[in-house]
Design a protein around this ligand. Structure first.
Ligand code: ZN
Length: 501
């Protein structure tokens, strides 16, 4: 069974072989949740096999090994993990890192499989010693790392291991193409983390738990779920095992069918709980660092973030759990009690991943919002529906558009008598640049969708409160996720007004 590849999957596979032809040997493939990274890897492994090159596929969680083995159906392969009969003669081997490390390196009870291609799943863990010691045994092999979040815990790049980065379309683009659902974020609580220490790039867990595992805050989680969660299938990420249990208990007290799992929950029990969530027998599962990655349930419609983090990677992994499409699923509700949205931005933001081990991954859209630019937009709560939206822009959940500020009205009216000289008529240079940029991006979207030039001018008018400069043709610019979101929100708002008329 070979899945039909999507156009971007065909493109990244071609890019992979071009990199190989250009003598690259250590390649990282950045592939968001549900973009089909295993499908892409399968195609590459199969093409390598046809060239006579064997592959070793490394993963660190039992779920991923089972998933990968299922995805490789049709390609003969062996599996190296406890409880499975090894088939050492197969050219393709799927291995648990821990098992392979234990059997082939620590104990020498088996030989390392021969491989010209080593695929590392969830390769942001690659700096761990067990990975390193296996990879070191394959100095001649091509190394292909797969991940949605190519950075270490502290946000720095993986350039010490990898040379080249190939990227699938990002979350925002996959949402637009319909391969993922958008998020609808409610961030009613921004916890006070003042004084919580930071160790290795993230908050100290014990201190976080002390701060967040309090009856009032746990109660708020339940209240806000009833308010925003629409009783959808929900997963809650907690700060500690006790925190997770307390949240579960609070839900159960209010009559919600909720269960808790953690790292010590036996596999069979964990599977049974998740099966009950999938079937609808229970509504909600709380957990501590179990369901953060390598796990999927497309029907999941709501996430509660109760575990603050400074790690962009961890945050995006958690939110990524909810983005797969499913029948009748239009979006994923994220109820953020962790402050992560305010600190790290939206899942749909375009991220500038870096390989550079001395640089930190950036979210440029959020950096502008986050106070680096005084007077820049902030993430605020929508007064209509309570969703998190970018200040000054339309709400993506309900279409609410804030009234233009009085200052903009003064400028339109040309009523300079009421405005102080320091802020009369002329917008500052930043504003002009922003306007030019948006104008160009509107123009590109119009071309893409076959809209008339009048549409561009109208978007400009709606966004900036005045018509574009007369006689100036915009220079088309690649539309940013931010501008696309805005345009989309206008279309939704327009449709809503039409429906209610
Ligand atoms: Zn709203």
């Amino acid at each position: 069974m070979t899945e039909v590849l999507r156009p971007y999957q065909v493109e990244v596979i071609a890019e992979f072989w071009r990199a190989i032809n250009a003598e690259q040997r250590r390649i990282i493939l950045v592939a968001p949740t549900a973009s089909g990274k295993t499908v892409i890897a399968r195609a590459i492994v199969e093409q390598a096999r046809q060239k006579g090159c064997g592959s070793l596929f490394l993963a660190h969680r039992r779920e991923i090994i089972t998933q990968t083995s299922n995805k490789l159906r049709g390609i003969p392969h062996g599996i190296i993990r406890p409880g499975i009969q090894p088939r050492p003669l197969e050219m393709v081997q799927v291995a648990s890192v821990q098992t392979l490390h234990r059997r082939a390196i620590k104990a020498s009870t088996m030989e390392l499989p021969e491989a010209g291609l080593v695929v590392v799943d969830e390769c942001h863990h690659v700096v761990a010693q067990s990975y390193k010691s296996i990879i070191e045994r394959y100095p001649e092999a091509i190394l292909l790392g797969l991940t949605a979040t190519p950075c270490r815990g502290d946000g720095r790049g993986l350039g010490k291991v990898f040379q080249t980065m190939i990227q699938c379309p990002q979350v925002g683009e996959l949402v637009e193409q319909g391969f993922l659902v958008p998020t609808r974020v409610y961030a009613p609580v921004d916890p006070d983390l003042h004084g919580v220490h930071v160790h290795r790039g993230d908050y100290v867990e014990r201190e976080l738990a002390d701060r967040l595992d309090r009856p009032k805050l746990v109660g708020d989680i339940v209240t806000n779920w009833f308010k925003f969660g629409k009783r959808r299938k929900t997963v809650c990420f907690a700060t500690s095992v006790r925190h997770s249990i307390h949240i579960r208990d609070e839900f159960v007290l209010t009559g919600v069918r909720a269960e808790h799992i953690d790292g010590s929950t036996p596999m069979a029990e964990r599977d049974a709980t998740l099966a009950r969530l999938a079937s609808g027998e229970i509504e909600l599962v709380t957990n501590c660092m179990v369901l953060t990655e390598g796990w999927d349930m497309p029907a999941l419609g709501c996430l509660i973030l109760a575990r603050p983090t400074k790690q962009l990677g961890l945050y995006r992994q958690m939110v990524g759990r909810g983005l797969r499409p499913a029948p009748d699923k239009v979006d994923c509700i994220v109820i953020d009690h962790s402050g992560a949205t305010y600190r790290l931005g939206f899942a749909e933001d375009f991220i500038e991943w870096t390989l550079d081990p001395d640089l930190k991954t950036e979210n440029p859209a959020h950096a502008v919002r986050d106070g680096d630019h005084p007077g820049g937009p902030k993430i605020v709560e929508c007064p209509e529906c309570g969703a998190a939206r970018v200040g000054g822009m339309a709400c993506l959940s309900c279409g609410y558009l804030p009234a233009p500020s009085p200052r903009a009205v003064d400028v339109i009216d040309g009523d300079l008598g009421l405005v102080g000289t320091s802020r009369k008529a002329q917008p500052n240079l930043d504003d002009l640049r922003t306007r030019e940029k948006w104008h160009g991006e509107f123009a590109a979207i119009a071309t893409e969708r076959g809209y008339k030039p009048g549409w561009v001018a109208h978007q400009y008018l709606t966004r900036f409160g005045e018509w574009p400069p007369y006689g100036v043709a915009p220079v088309p610019l690649e539309p940013s996720v931010e501008v696309r979101r805005w345009v989309k929100s206008r279309i939704i708002a327009h449709a809503k007004r039409r429906n209610s008329a």
